[in-house]
Design a protein around this ligand. Structure first.
Ligand SMILES: Cc1ncc(COP(=O)(O)O)c(C=O)c1O
Length: 462
């Protein structure tokens, strides 16, 4: 079956009697994430289907954000809704100490996918064994480092500048961008390093190969000077998401793996944003093949139809806790409603060829069109990405690579919204991150809106 198996003419119940008061009650009573509350002016969404969403007046946008880069299957997939309904009627809640059919199946499927190789076939030596379920991504990261610390008996954890790992205590401490700053001091033992970013190299490199080599040497130096025997884990986003869609140069993840092996350090890939189809693979690291010890996941595992996340655990680390008590737990670990949607989502991915479609969109539609736009718009410094995970980096000057100001990026975003496409803005970048099953014509429509809106940035930098 092809992707987008549902018909965009499907009607929806967007006649909630609460819609009329939604805005007023939001402004009076809802406290929003990462915001000064006073200036907010949220759009009240009334409904959504596939890659489109609309307000109560019927103004419709192509959702080029997948909400928060999590709705990899798009909005209101009928099989996801059916899975929720069926499970709700069967059994809504089971405490973590019981076993449950949906949880067992979700774990089995996730481990099966984690043990695939770069060619999509079962990997010889695939070492993943178990899944610990959490409520979302930050808790997945918290528990990944908890596992690594308990397994190694060490306490330091290294993470990259230009990263986001979540809003809870350790996850925000690991985060390498400004959202961490007002949350400091964080937990002890967290150390930062620079990852590869050829377009703005921290290493004065002039090629991707040089960037890779120098970034790995810098990471090695950081490990050695922090005391390799004190380092429990290195955590990194396999493809950095919010901080720039930074696809690592070939060889980088393999180099991190080698370093971790040399010093007995746990390698953790944070795949909360990059996992489950975003890059066209189950997990982004599978493109290169060096398998981490732990994988933190959330978002795309079930497109957030019910909140869930988790950690995929290697056999070696899982064995540490055969006799010893794992010092962590959550009331809703492996919630059956969430797990039922994870099972449904993974099966939909297989039945509808969602990963294949994401790769096709990246190669033939989004990547193709963005590269073509880069040749025409002087405000574009670089486009980069893979699958349905792309960034358009806007600059004042292509030679100096000076970023455009927030007002310029904001004006491009406003122009897109006014013309029916909702883009994602991050610093001086527009991130193009629609659902993985967006039909080609809808993706092209959204890209044409972006193309026209970029005239605003071109005029600002002229
Ligand atoms: C790479 C990464 N890790 C962790 C998180 C935190 O996930 P959550 O917001 O579900 O807690 C995010 C969220 O955007 C993320 O992108």
């Amino acid at each position: 079956m092809a992707v987008a198996a549902y018909d965009s003419s499907m009607t929806q119940l967007d006649d909630s009697p609460l819609l009329g008061d939604a805005y007023t009650n939001d402004r009076r009573r809802v406290f929003h994430s990462w915001s000064a509350q006073g200036a907010l002016d949220p759009v009240v969404l009334a409904g959504a289907l596939g890659s489109k969403m609309w307000d109560a007046d019927g103004t419709t946008w192509i959702d080029f954000t997948s909400q928060l880069v999590n709705m990899n299957l798009g909005h209101q997939h009928p099989r996801m809704i059916e899975a929720i309904k069926e499970q709700a009627e069967r059994l809504c809640m089971v405490a973590p100490n019981f076993a449950n059919d949906q949880r067992s199946e979700a774990a089995r499927l996730i481990v099966e996918k984690a043990n695939l190789g770069t060619d999509g076939a079962p990997r010889a030596g695939g070492h993943f064994e178990k899944v610990f379920f959490t409520n979302a991504g930050a808790e997945a990261v918290e528990n990944a480092i908890r596992l690594a610390k308990a397994h190694t008996g060490r306490m330091k954890v290294l993470s990259a500048y230009r990263s986001y790992h979540g809003g809870t205590a350790a996850a925000i401490g690991l985060t390498g961008e400004p959202r961490r700053l007002e949350n400091e001091p964080s937990i002890p033992g967290l150390v930062k390093f620079w990852g590869p970013y050829p377009y703005r190299s921290a290493f004065h490199a002039d090629s991707a190969e040089q960037e890779c080599e120098r970034a790995l040497q810098h990471l090695r130096d950081t490990v050695v000077f922090e005391g390799a025997s004190k380092v429990a884990a290195i955590i990194l986003e396999s493809v950095v998401g919010t901080n720039g869609i930074l696809v690592p140069p070939d060889g980088y993840l393999e180099g991190v793996r080698t370093l971790c092996d040399e010093y007995g350090i746990v390698m953790i890939c944070d795949e909360v944003m990059s996992g489950f189809g975003r890059t066209g693979q189950w997990f982004a690291w599978q493109k290169w093949g060096a398998q981490p010890d732990l994988i933190a996941f959330a978002k795309g595992v079930n497109s957030g139809y019910v909140p869930v996340g988790g950690v995929v655990i290697s056999a070696d680390i899982a064995a540490t806790f055969d006799e010893r008590v794992f010092p962590g737990g959550l009331t809703y670990s492996g919630h059956p409603l969430a797990c039922a949607t994870a099972v449904a989502s993974i099966n939909i991915f297989d039945d509808e060829g969602v990963n294949e479609h994401a790769r096709h969109l990246g190669r033939d539609v989004i990547g193709w069109e963005l590269c073509e736009m880069a040749s025409r718009h002087p405000s574009i410094g670089e486009v980069r990405g893979m699958g349905v995970f792309w960034a358009v980096e806007l600059v004042r000057d292509r030679d100096t690579r000076e970023p455009v100001d927030a007002a310029t990026t904001g004006a491009v975003v406003a122009e897109c919204k006014a013309n029916g496409m909702w883009p994602m803005m991050a610093a001086n970048r527009i991130h193009v991150v629609p659902p993985c099953n967006t039909p080609d014509d809808v993706a092209r429509e959204g890209l044409a809106i972006l193309d026209a809106a970029l005239a605003v940035a071109d005029a600002a930098v002229a």
